[in-house]
Unconditional design. Structure first.
Length: 156
């Protein structure tokens, strides 16, 4: 039996194209939603530097979301607990002033909305997946907020 490599390559290329289209749509939606949020929070207008930063943030979001999906499906229980503990330790080190909690909450809610719109498999998470997603979203919301603060300072 001969393997039809041309057919196999064609199928692989189709799948890569689907993944690329998905990621492009996610990135475009992410940028659109966060551009609006940044304008509402800080009156920041979209420019090349903001677009570049939001593109990186979108890629980080794709990366951590897909990582959680894979870990939720394949990690053993002890590895899941180790992952949650590591995120708890990381979050405990963040110094969030009370006066910024509302901004970070809005960023996190926006982030979760974008992720849920594109990754319906989140509804199939185990309790581990939900908890890890919550912790990763909190961490990345803080990181994004820090980046947004830098953009705000540069505009002033």
């Amino acid at each position: 039996m001969k393997l039809n490599t041309d057919k196999l390559m064609e199928e692989l290329l189709k799948e890569f194209k689907k993944v690329d289209e998905f990621r492009n749509q996610f990135r475009n939606d992410f940028i659109k939603v966060f551009t609006s949020l940044l304008y509402n929070l800080y009156q920041l207008e979209k420019d090349e530097k903001m677009n570049e930063a939001l593109t990186i943030m979108a890629q980080q979001t794709i990366s951590y979301t897909e990582s959680i999906i894979e870990k939720d499906r394949s990690f053993s229980e002890y590895r899941k607990e180790e992952e949650l503990k590591a995120m708890d330790d990381l979050l405990a080190k963040l110094q969030i002033l009370e006066s910024y909690e509302e901004e970070i909450r809005k960023i996190k809610q926006t982030l979760n909305d974008v992720v849920i719109n594109h990754y319906p498999t989140i509804y199939e998470f185990t309790s581990f997946g939900y908890r890890l997603h919550e912790k990763k979203a909190q961490y990345h919301s803080y990181q994004f907020w820090s980046g947004f603060q830098q953009m705000k300072i540069e505009k002033e």
